[in-house]
Ligand binder design. Sequence first.
Ligand code: ADP
Length: 502
Amino acid sequence: MRVEGKTFEAAMARLLSLLSFSSRLLESEGAGLFAVDSDCRYMFWNPVMELITGKTAAEVLGKHAYDVLPFLRHTGEDAYIDRSLAGEFVSSKGHRYTVPETQREGYYDGYYLPIKGEEGAVIGAAAVIRDITQRHLSEGQLRETESRFRNMADVAPVLLWMAETDSLCTFFNQTWLDFTGRSLEEEWGVGWAEGIYFEDFQKCMDTYIAAFNSRRVFEMEYRLRRRDGEYRWILDRGTPRYSPNGDFAGYIGSCVDISDRKQLESKLIKAVRDRDDFLSIASHELRTPLTTLQLEIESLMRSLEKRPEMALASGRLAQNATVANTQTSRLITLVDELLDVSRVASGRLEIHPAELDLCELVNEIVQRLRAALEVAGCPLELAMHAKAIGVWDKIRIEQVVTNLLSNAIKYGAGQPIELRVTAEQGTACLRVTDHGIGIAPHDQLRIFQRFERAASTSNYGGFGLGLWISREIVAAHGGSIQVESAPGAGATFILKLPLRIS
Ligand code: ADP
């Protein structure tokens, strides 16, 4: 209902001039301003409203709000206008609008206030409209960029984290959460550090804080608990982040599981150490017979220079030659062992099987080592079947048996040695028993590995290769080699060979 009269017109004129004044202020910041009378007919429409809706003041003034802009009803905006006409201050946020005639679309915020007459009655409503289309779109883009980043981060095969300027972590990708089996809430802030292995914790924190304070790129390695409870080695690389205006915004970091690499690294380090140890043992081992050989040859030359007939007659020459020959054989054995290492390592160990009797072979070897058994003071007890005929590589099996018997002499000097050969159920079995220093249970598997030795280097020479090579030879024949022993109680090596290689 319109209130007519002079007072009303004067009040209206004052109101319109007030609205024009406010409009100029609002226009400068791109805000629209309109006013409706108590019948909801437009009575004020500023130029920014024209820009927003595409409707001119001439097109809207005096017309009913919802007739001019029907979308106000569809968006529920009519309720806000009605409420302000009822005397309320109300606002609407982020509403979408479409002006069908102009195809104009966008988003706006609206602030509605009642206009009151001198008696305090509501005579209309004014509204300030801000077109927030641009802001809405860029926020949308930002949201989209962020969700794209999260999607990418979550499927990345690396563990990702992000920290704010206060060094507290506020983001962990799904890969991280899957790895630790914890929730974002549990990892949030410094929660993630609970999973660090206690020994690595301090160093890790020191690196992290120092890098943060100096805004440096950092790299650290630590053990992190995986969801199954296993600690895995992690390589964590952190890089400072900066906002578009160059302000420090925190850190982003990526982590990879390097446990397998670490394991390989330590294996390589051990292999290099083993090789160095081996080189020093090998040079020492080769040096010993060489020195003896040299002494014998020098003695031989001196005898030949001075009185060769006497040296010959006294048997001195023959003795020199025998020792020189023994040392040469020792050298050949050592060099052969070294050659076997490369053969076995490169899979070039060849087996040439032929029929042979293990009992006969053992007898031959015993004859060859008779002198060594005597020197070492080892009486030999031999127990053999009449025959143990199989198809094997004679040279290689000879090498294995010689190695077992030589070890028994070396590590069981001064004590008896027993050799037993049996052949039953398709398998030939040789047991070599000594009563020497024996082998501790924890060393019994290890000694079959390359370069592994259990006896003291200063008391017993050797490369730590004989048993390894023997095991490879026996394996190539489809057989096995084992030891039964206790420290100080001697050792029994049991060699089993199938009579025929399958
Ligand atoms: P090497 O005798 O040259 O060291 P081997 O491979 O033949 O190399 O033996 C490996 C290790 O096994 C030896 O260093 C020794 O510690 C242990 N071993 C081998 N045979 C015996 C044995 N009969 N009694 C005690 N220890 C033995």
